[in-house]
Design a binder for this molecule. Structure first.
Ligand SMILES: Cc1cc2nc3c(=O)[nH]c(=O)nc-3n(C[C@H](O)[C@H](O)[C@H](O)COP(=O)(O)OP(=O)(O)OC[C@H]3O[C@@H](n4cnc5c(N)ncnc54)[C@H](O)[C@@H]3O)c2cc1C
Length: 340
């Protein structure tokens, strides 16, 4: 006997779990979301910068992340429209001009800017940088707003049920389970490690930016993402240790120092928040879908949670439902078969 609709259990309500829930619910499945904390979106996803920057990320992460990341632009601009597509500006202090050339060699889909172009794009940076790169197709979002919007959309769907503060039992009558527990899934995915990321949010009305700006540096590249209410998220460190919940003075020196180098007005900004968490990462820092029986593990989003969650969710849905005819088939598929 075939059931009328699939019952899909999603464990973990971070960006990976919530996007998967949304994609599966829109296919008509009954979706049950189980989150261990008191509310959704309080894990690593809570601290993200929210850059949707597949071409900039290709510089360090390669073409596969770039290609998978394109699904994020479609998802966050059209399916769950919370992103702003204003591009990304990449600059470097004059002494690190070589970094800009190196960055440009590693990626594509950018325009090369001189100082006048930089000033036209971001007037407050006028006269401060003689060169830059502009990635016009990139976008950004505010992660906590994006997670709230996802939760609101899921709440409004009659075929979705979310329960928080629960520990899922091993037995379930779901047809499929999507395990999206982030780093907590290393009880069954032992290759996962945590990569510490620290960030700071400041507020100042003395400078305005229309888009994320990346400031290159040989050791401490940082990005600054403009947010509402004159706030700016400055991120993020990448530290190979698993110390959760402690933002170091070194991190603040690096992050705030880079912001100050971008514009001295940041020196007078109010510090609104500091935060950190551990990014779930596999040894190659690439995401994986691992299928074991009727469980699909979606994990290893590393520094690309918002960028890669849509591609992973679409692949999980393709495993469960088959590929929908209207769905783009542009994703390389070898990564989802990664051995678990
Ligand atoms: C400082 C910083 C900046 C970042 N900037 C960006 C950025 O600009 N762009 C980007 O795309 N990514 C960014 N990232 C990376 C991104 O945040 C992560 O890749 C992403 O959050 C991982 O999402 P996840 O859903 O896998 O994990 P999580 O968000 O950690 O979600 C896992 C969820 O599972 C729940 N859970 C765990 N165990 C159980 C259980 N037994 N039962 C039920 N629920 C359970 C947890 O409570 C949690 O809610 C950044 C990360 C950091 C730290």
């Amino acid at each position: 006997m075939t059931r009328e609709r699939q019952h899909i259990r999603i464990v973990g309500a971070g960006v990976a779990g919530l996007v998967a829930a949304f994609v599966c619910a829109r296919r008509g499945a009954f979706v049950e979301i189980l989150e261990g904390r008191e509310a959704p979106g309080l894990g690593c996803s809570f601290f993200a910068g929210g850059m949707l920057a597949p071409w900039c990320e290709a510089e360090s992460a390669g073409a596969q992340v770039r290609d998978l990341g394109r699904a994020a632009l479609r998802f966050w601009l059209h399916d769950m429209p919370v992103a702003v597509q204003a591009g990304t500006l990449v600059v470097a202090p004059a002494r690190d001009a070589g970094e800009l050339r190196r960055f440009a060699r590693q990626t594509d889909a950018f325009e090369t800017l001189d100082g006048t172009d930089v000033a036209r794009l971001e007037p407050d940076l006028g006269g401060r940088f003689g060169a830059g790169l502009y990635f016009p197709d990139e976008a950004h979002l505010t992660p906590r707003d994006a997670l709230r919007a996802l939760v609101a959309a899921l709440d409004a769907m009659p075929n979705v049920e979310m329960r928080c503060g629960v520990e899922p039992s091993d037995s379930s009558d779901a047809d499929w389970t999507i395990d999206a527990r982030g780093l907590a899934a290393r009880d069954v995915l032992p290759e996962l490690r945590g990569v510490k990321g620290e960030m700071v949010v400041v507020r100042t009305a003395d400078i305005a930016l229309a888009r994320p700006v990346r400031m290159l540096h040989p050791r401490h590249p940082v990005y600054i993402v403009p947010r509402a209410n004159h706030e700016f998220m400055i991120g993020a460190t990448m530290v190979e240790n698993e110390e959760r919940g402690r933002v170091t003075a070194r991190a603040l020196l690096e992050l705030l120092g880079a912001a100050y180098a971008l514009h001295p007005a940041f020196a007078e900004a109010e510090v609104v928040e500091t935060g950190c968490d551990l990014r779930p990462a596999f040894p190659d820092n690439m995401p994986r879908l691992v299928v074991r029986g009727r469980t699909i593990f979606t994990n290893g989003l590393f520094r690309h949670g918002f960028l890669l969650a849509p591609a992973l969710a679409l692949e999980a849905a393709a495993i469960i439902f088959g590929r929908a005819s209207e769905e783009p088939d542009g994703h390389p598929r070898e990564w989802h078969a990664a051995a678990g």
